[in-house]
Design a protein around this ligand. Structure first.
Ligand code: TYC
Length: 103
């Protein structure tokens, strides 16, 4: 007869595969010579939920270094943010580009 093992009340029984965190992706903003600084700050505020000070700091870092992290998300959300950046940039006729990369 199969032995039935009843976990003690304080025993946490979890399948290791179920507690694995989903992989995260960085959303990267790329510098260019045409998109205005104000627009990039607005993108960081509106799409990435940054406050004005953080948005300005990230924008200046991208401006100086050529690339920078706007946020880190699960893949679906990272892709949606990236699409939202491209749509908003296109609507304003700016060539702003972003990309995603595994963290
Ligand atoms: N380099 C742009 C300028 O001087 C500003 C800018 C910053 C553009 C960040 C894109 O991801 C960017 N107007």
């Amino acid at each position: 007869m199969a032995q039935v093992i009843t976990p003690k009340e304080d025993t946490v029984v979890r399948d290791a595969t179920k507690v694995k965190r989903p992989p995260l992706y960085k959303v990267l903003l790329l510098n260019d010579d045409y998109t205005t600084m104000e627009f990039v700050v607005m993108v960081l505020e509106r799409i990435f939920g940054k406050n004005h000070a953080d948005a300005t700091r990230i924008m200046m870092s991208v401006h100086r270094q050529g690339i920078g992290v706007a946020g880190v998300y699960v893949k679906d959300i990272a892709e949606m943010k990236c699409d939202a950046v491209h749509q908003l940039a296109q609507a304003h006729e700016f060539p702003l580009r972003c990309d995603i990369e595994p963290e």
